[in-house]
Design a protein around this ligand. Structure first.
Ligand code: NAD
Length: 371
């Protein structure tokens, strides 16, 4: 089974879909792995780090006879045009942002598994790339916040007096938010968390954080949140404003599937924040959680720093690639049985993750939106 690993072409993407330890395991499953030469360099993985693989120096050499293609970011249209019909592709796709690519995958009869669609069920945890990458992003958000602050996070007793610990508020307690809370706490901050899913109270408290209880329950489908009504927003603002304005660092991670990022922090709330406070907005890809955020940029608004970086997992490319490659391996293990590809569509994980197969777009919602 020939497995091809793409060179990532999107600007600022440092991750790679294959690491040496995973290549060894895939070889044992009967795969011949071919990597675009240099694809691992930005993840600190020169070609010499891989022992059980071959290298290609052009996309045509890499892709013309590949049975399985692995990538982090969506491939380019040119790359897809080089694939043979029925090639299996595993990658993040985000079909609603990539209609042209999705239709090309359909028309080229590619069997594409979109990594963002892996179901959030216990059995699929080891394949859940959204979670593995979000955990790293949450950790890094706390570090970014700490380094942009002109203060320290822990309490410190010195010969000239004591410094009080910083306060860190995390808004949106999914995978990234909980990791941000844990990291800020380890750095010595007093931590507070807030979410619209009530079950996050216990999760925040188990990490030593105080839960900011607004009394609003906006649990949606599949363990995600739903959009808020105007009344709910008002009720939340009346409780949360004080916590935003007492914080030294606010980290926001809120997302609603398929919708723009909800605005959790208004301009007026920012204008009332402590001088020198920092907002790290992890929702830049969806437009940001703060009304002032400029996705992809760090700005100074008055005395408040607001950073809304894109693609935070790529900043930790070494570990992000390692975890992502392991997620891919675990998904591939469902498809490669006795050294042969065998797609069992009764398997919920494969059935829910597939985006295109047999010349069709599979998820009903994507199909309706694009066709
Ligand atoms: P996400 O990235 O979709 O959203 C981040 C957080 O933002 C969520 O906790 C959401 O409730 C919150 N949010 C949305 N609107 C908000 C608002 N207006 N105000 C405040 N917070 C708001 O979340 P995620 O990290 O992908 O996780 C989503 C869910 O999936 C969670 O319930 C998580 O526990 C669950 N999950 C389950 C598994 C599994 O069982 N395999 C794996 C990963 C995640």
């Amino acid at each position: 089974i020939k497995v091809a690993v793409l060179l990532e072409r999107r600007p600022d993407e440092k991750r790679v879909a294959m690491v040496p330890a995973v290549a060894e395991k895939l070889s044992k499953l009967g795969c011949d792995i071919c990597i675009f030469s240099g694809a691992g360099l930005n993840s600190k993985l020169p070609d010499s780090a891989y022992s059980t693989v071959s290298f290609a120096h052009s996309d045509s050499e890499l892709l013309s006879d590949a049975a399985i293609v692995l990538a982090v970011q969506p491939p380019t249209l040119e790359q897809v045009n080089l694939l043979q019909p029925r090639t299996i592709l595993l990658s993040f796709i985000y079909a609603h942002k990539e209609p042209e690519l999705t239709c090309l995958l359909r028309d080229k009869n590619i069997t594409c598994f979109a990594m963002e669609q892996v179901p959030r069920i216990s059995r699929a945890q080891a394949m859940d790339a959204l979670s593995s990458q979000a955990a790293l992003a949450g950790y890094y958000a706390a570090l970014l916040g700490a380094t942009k602050l002109a203060r320290i996070l822990p309490m410190m007793t010195t010969a000239v007096g004591s410094i009080r610990p910083a306060r860190c508020l995390v808004m949106g307690l999914g995978v990234a938010g909980l990791q941000a809370l844990a990291t800020a706490r380890r750095l010595g901050a007093i931590t507070e968390g807030y979410d619209v899913r009530p079950e996050t109270k216990e999760q925040a408290e188990s990490l030593g954080a105080k839960f900011v209880d607004t009394g609003v329950d906006a649990r949606g489908e599949g363990g995600y949140a739903r959009e808020l009504t105007a009344d709910e927003k008002e009720k939340i603002a009346s409780v949360v404003t004080r916590h935003i304005q007492q914080a030294d660092i606010v980290i926001t991670t809120a997302a609603i599937p398929g919708r723009p990022s909800p605005k959790l922090i208004s301009k007026a709330q920012v204008d009332g924040m402590k001088l020198g406070a920092v907002i790290i907005d992890l929702a830049a890809e969806g437009g940001g959680n703060c009304e002032y955020s400029q996705p992809g940029k760090t700005i100074e608004q008055g005395q408040i720093t607001i950073a809304a970086p894109f693609n935070v997992p790529s900043m930790l490319a070494e570990h992000a690639s390692e975890l992502y490659a392991k997620n891919l391996l675990n998904l591939l293990q469902l498809m490669i049985i006795n050294n042969a590809i065998n797609l069992n569509w009764d398997d919920e994980v494969l059935a829910k993750t597939v985006l295109t197969h047999n010349g069709e777009i599979k998820p009903a919602a994507v199909k309706t939106a694009l066709e």
